[in-house]
Design a protein around this ligand. Structure first.
Ligand SMILES: [Zn+2]
Length: 110
């Protein structure tokens, strides 16, 4: 059986190209409440998909750049909660730095 070269996709986070199999497919599921991002590890869900390394760092970059909306052609606000949970990433939907974490770094001298 001849092996074909895997198709390459661009990660919406770091913008590097990688074989599709190394990237997590992400789709947006819409309902009355709006759209939310869902991981599609089996790459079987219908509709437009975005591709990203399954890495919280790439997720954070994609959120900051609003790359999901662009990749998925969705102009409304996207809920990143499910995807953040899947990636075990901090939820920073607003693109603001996590204030609690920044504050904790200021800590008192020991
Ligand atoms: Zn990436």
């Amino acid at each position: 059986m001849a092996r074909r070269a895997q198709p390459e996709r661009t990660c919406v986070g770091c913008r590097r190209r990688a074989p599709a199999g190394e990237l997590l497919r992400i789709v947006a599921i819409g309902d009355e409440a709006g759209h939310s991002l869902r991981p599609d590890p089996a790459r079987g869900m219908p509709g437009r998909g975005a591709n990203m390394h399954p890495d919280p760092a790439c997720f954070a970059q994609a959120v900051r750049r609003r790359a999901f909306g662009r990749a998925l052609r969705i102009t409304e606000v996207l809920d990143h909660g499910d995807l953040a949970e899947y990636l075990d990433a901090p939820t920073t939907t607003s693109g603001q730095p996590d204030r609690a974490r920044v504050a904790s770094k200021v800590g008192r001298p020991t």
